[in-house]
Ligand binder design. Structure first.
Ligand SMILES: Cc1cc2nc3c(=O)[nH]c(=O)nc-3n(C[C@H](O)[C@H](O)[C@H](O)COP(=O)(O)O)c2cc1C
Ligand code: SF4
Ligand code: SF4
Length: 436
């Protein structure tokens, strides 16, 4: 059994799985249930001047039969009083001393930030998270993403917070910005101990064509909301990498965005997150998902001979580089395993119409007859000379591991775009001929 415990800027938890600041962390009742299920930490639903919410509040992007591939909300921060929230945090922390309990905060003036920092410390919270990410409602009042989109304001407010900070401070960043690394650098300059990302992405998920109003519907109107859930994972990973690879940031990171299982979490950790936070997957399936997350991560670490979760933190960060550093002489081609092929010919259509006409349909000869294939029905065959190794056919193929991409020897030495340009300028090589 690997050691799953983490230490994020001094905040310790027995595993890297935290409940993100959102409806599942709204009350002590829910936090007890989360800890009973096995979650390592909870970031409390953002505390501030209690707000008034609208009805309805959520909408989703469904694809085919899959519900909530993306999830959208126009909910604001906590509608409960700071007194109730801080009292319940104290109760929770006393009952679960080994778990991380983080107070998420949002307020306005320097005095208010100082007051909230003191109350967070007094109630025994292990740390605070500053919500600079909420992209709806609160930003119209000058808070949330209105702060996170302005590095100067981030730096100023983090500076105020640090004046009163006696427990670690995590700054939660908004993805609704051109360069999240600039926001993270500002948090660092302000004195933050860690950053977390991402909060939700501005979105409109669907328009009801009868009412001519997007969802969620509020008395004939709607508003843009915050997008999260599985669909945002690629965006979150990219932003995580941007921050994790920036030498000017150098802060521990709590990764958030579309995490639903141990593998998603492991990918965030490999790209530089110390631990992760989860919201939508809990809202969809409940706190119990953490059991599989713990088991899955444990098994993975054991299978790789890694003793602790920190052994894999950031392991993939340096494999992501600028395009200009990639090897132009590396080549892969598609290869079909005919024992798995079901003869749907999706690969043929995709390559013929959407890629490089590198798959032909031929009469089966020596290849085996895969499941569901009819005798005599033409089968796809890769024309290796035409295949540019784009991956498209392997992505559309509905059968796992039926089309794999295999390395081919090109005979050329590794050469990046940068090397190529330098060689051209030095007259050491001729331009590579364009495709016909
Ligand atoms: C309904 C809802 C309410 C949320 N409220 C908050 C909040 O009060 N404070 C906050 O920092 N983030 C809030 N979030 C954002 C989540 O903490 C998280 O950053 C985001 O949902 C991405 O994670 P996910 O893809 O696992 O859902 C909320 C998200 C949802 C869906
Ligand atoms: S998409 Fe996959 S299963 Fe379908 S014909 Fe191509 S190789 Fe066979
Ligand atoms: S990898 Fe791309 S070019 Fe090659 S066969 Fe598949 S779709 Fe065609």
């Amino acid at each position: 059994m690997a050691d799953l415990s983490i230490n994020l800027a001094g905040i310790k938890s027995p595993n890297p799985f935290w409940v993100a600041s959102a409806p599942p962390s709204n009350t002590a009742y829910q936090c007890h249930r989360a800890f009973e299920a096995g979650w390592g930490g909870v970031v409390w639903k953002t505390i501030g001047d209690p707000i008034v919410n609208v009805s309805s509040r959520y909408s989703s992007h469904n694809i085919g039969g899959i519900r909530m591939v993306g999830f959208n909300n126009i909910e604001l921060i906590s509608d409960r009083s700071p007194e109730t929230n801080f009292r319940e945090i104290e109760e929770c922390k006393k009952r679960w001393p080994d778990r991380a309990v983080i107070a998420s905060l949002m307020t306005d003036t320097r005095e208010h930030w100082h007051d909230y920092m003191k109350r967070s410390r007094d109630c025994g919270a292990d740390g605070v998270e500053l919500n600079f990410g909420c992209p709806h409602g609160m930003c119209e009042r000058g808070m949330g993403s209105a702060v996170g989109q302005n590095p100067d304001v981030i730096e100023t407010i983090v500076g105020w917070v640090m004046e009163a900070a006696e427990i670690p401070v995590i700054v939660k960043l908004t993805p609704n910005i051109t360069s999240v690394a600039h926001a993270a650098r500002a948090a660092k300059r302000g004195g933050a101990n860690a950053v977390s990302l991402i909060n939700t992405i501005n979105s409109i998920t669907q328009v009801n064509l009868d009412t001519m109003c997007p969802e969620p519907y509020v008395a004939g109107r709607s508003t843009h909301g915050g997008y999260c859930g599985p669909a945002v994972k690629p965006i979150a990973l990219n932003m995580l990498h941007e921050v994790a690879s920036d030498p000017e940031v150098g802060l521990p990171i709590s990764g958030i965005g579309g995490i639903s299982n141990w593998k998603d979490a492991a990918e965030f950790i490999a790209l530089g997150a110390t631990g992760v936070q989860v919201c939508t997957a809990i809202m969809h399936y409940g706190f119990r998902i953490v059991e599989d997350m713990i088991d899955g991560l444990n098994d993975y670490l054991d299978s790789k001979g890694m003793k602790s979760v920190s052994d894999m933190c950031g392991k993939a960060v340096h494999s992501v580089n600028k395009w200009e550093t990639l090897d132009l002489n590396y080549k892969r081609v598609a290869s079909i395993d005919y024992d798995k092929c079901i003869g749907c010919n999706l690969c043929y259509i995709a390559c013929e119409d959407g890629a490089h006409q590198a798959i032909g349909l031929v009469k089966p000869t020596t290849q085996g007859l895969g499941p569901g294939r009819l005798p005599g029905k033409p089968i796809p065959e890769i024309k290796e000379d035409h295949c540019v190794g784009c991956n498209l056919c392997s992505l559309v193929c509905p059968v796992d591991h039926c089309i794999t991409m295999v390395d081919v020897k090109t005979g050329g030495k590794p050469m990046s775009w940068k090397d190529y340009q330098a060689a051209l300028v030095a007259g050491k090589m001729k331009p590579i001929p364009a495709h016909p």
